[in-house]
Design a protein around this ligand. Structure first.
Ligand SMILES: Nc1ncnc2c1ncn2[C@@H]1O[C@H](COP(=O)(O)OP(=O)(O)O)[C@@H](O)[C@H]1O
Ligand SMILES: [Mg+2]
Length: 221
């Protein structure tokens, strides 16, 4: 479903050239759960952003379900991203002055949908992450693990086929991290959502089917 072929990403400024990714070849099949590991600065986030169409590679090709994404313009990319991809970040990225349910509805604002339908879908997503009792709370009233579960609900509310997570357990203690992992595992096995997760945590990585390792922007396995 996702196919990266000879992907390269070079950041250029006036003086410096940083090779963030070099000759990356990754194939992720529908329904897989894989992790990306490597030291800080090795290109993990860049790779995830390329897979998630947030970042355009400077070389190589990305195909998503057979479509050559590297030939798409910004508007087409934004539409594919909104409809087919969900993102989860280490620091949750919730909006603090919106309630939990309003945060979860955000991705649906870009679609033609009634307010009642948005609300219904957001409540269902919150039920999937076990937060039905917290829908009118604000992010600051929740634990870190609960905030990350809200972020997962927001990522899945639009029914994406792909979930991308950049160190989703990085800011959580091990018990909350395990809870977040089991939600990702359940989404993967029950809904066949494809999950690609960046992690520093070998224990969490071992729960996934396959590990892609990076070092200095290159694949080492
Ligand atoms: N916007 C950017 N401009 C310039 N260099 C960048 C940018 N984003 C990342 N880099 C560089 O690319 C390399 C890989 O970064 P990143 O993908 O964030 O690594 P990781 O997530 O593994 O820590 C690093 O050397 C980083 O400094
Ligand atoms: Mg990173």
């Amino acid at each position: 479903m996702i196919h990266l072929s000879n992907v390269e990403k070079v950041y250029r400024t006036d003086r410096i050239e940083t090779v963030a990714l070099s000759n990356i070849n990754v194939r992720v099949e529908q329904g897989e759960f894989i992790s990306i590991m490597g030291p800080s600065g090795s290109g993990k986030s860049t790779l995830l952003n390329v897979i998630g169409l947030l970042d355009v590679p400077t070389g190589g090709e990305v195909t998503l379900n057979g479509r050559l994404i590297t030939s798409y313009g910004d508007r087409s990319l934004a539409r594919v991203r909104n409809e087919e991809i969900g993102f989860i970040f280490q620091t949750f990225h919730l909006i603090n002055d919106l309630s939990v349910v309003d945060n979860v509805e955000i991705p649906l604002l870009y679609r033609k949908m009634s307010g009642a339908e948005r609300r219904k879908r957001a409540l269902k997503a919150l039920e999937q992450v076990g937060l039905s009792a917290r829908v009118h709370h604000f992010p600051s009233q929740l634990s870190g693990g609960q905030q990350q579960r809200v972020a997962i609900a927001r990522a899945i509310v639009g029914g994406p086929r792909i979930l991308l997570a950049d160190e989703p357990t990085g800011n959580l203690d091990s018990q909350m991290g395990d809870e977040v992992m089991s939600i990702l595992k359940a989404l993967n096995s029950l809904e066949q959502t494809t999950v690609v997760m960046v992690t520093h945590d070998q224990r969490q990585a071992e729960k996934t089917a396959r590990i892609v390792r990076l070092f200095d922007g290159r694949q080492v396995n």
